[in-house]
Design a protein around this ligand. Sequence first.
Ligand code: DTR
Ligand code: CA
Ligand code: ZN
Ligand code: ZN
Length: 319
Amino acid sequence: MKLLLSGRALTAGAVAVATLVTGGSAAGAATAPAHPTATAAAAPDIPIANVKAHLSQLQSIASANGGNRAHGRAGYQASLNYVKAKLDAAGFTTRVQQFTASGRTGYNLIADWPGGDANQVVMAGSHLDSVTSGPGINDNGSGSSAVLETALAVARSGYQPAKHLRFAWWGAEELGLVGSRYYVNSLGSVERAKISGYLNFDMIGSPNPGYFVYDDDPTIEKTFKDYFAGLGISTEIETEGDGRSDHAPFKNAGVPVGGLFSGADYRKTSAQAAKWGGTVGQPFDRCYHSSCDTTANINDTALDRNSDAIAYAVWALSQ
Ligand code: DTR
Ligand code: CA
Ligand code: ZN
Ligand code: ZN
């Protein structure tokens, strides 16, 4: 399987090394829109049909490559090639960052939207790899597809925010946040300080969904809570995943982080079912890390709401 890199098809052994955006100023906590009285560009609706089309592609890729999209396997490389081709065609500047984990070559995909202040980078990311036991459609095709469609919506709308937008798809998250940690460590302190916020999306379409918001940076948290309040949906803070997904290396490096989560193998309580619907006593995702984590393992309403929340936050935090 050739890995398509920087617009050229290379064998996996000749992977281009990442080059990173330069520029420089300190990042503090995520900042609310610079001029709240200004007319903020409104985020577009993210078409759930488009997000589901990406999920179908990731499902087909897994089916054609041993049933998974795991680190170091053909299914992961094919997943990365799919996402990269969409971004290249939409005008993003993409780069593939190579690393090694458990004796296999891994890859991060980084996509920069040209323009904006290089000293204030708003990032949105998700892990693209699955476990070896299944196709990983909710974990984490859901986050990867929603982030991809949000990036494509930026291109479609010709959005030119004050801040610089960067999107990322991480490799080897399931091995222990390897790809995202490699990226954060490779940045160095000057580049890290330019990241004004990192938004993480890992499992956002769970079949028995909850609506959880990371309770890390208060500005990012409020942005997401305001979005769901507008829908009349009460959210809960996400504590089960502290340190368990790709926001952790960014948080540990002092970058403001936030994100959304629809639940994994923990069971929905009666209080949660009363406000969110779904099935009491059942896991949010009974196919977590299982072969049944297929395109049938998705709640479209949760995926749609979370996809639209991603776009809302990307627009709101990049003004
Ligand atoms: N998506 C999981 C990591 C994860 C994130 N939040 C939670 C909460 C509870 C269990 C696991 C997680 C993964 O990639 O395995
Ligand atoms: Ca939508
Ligand atoms: Zn997982
Ligand atoms: Zn995950």
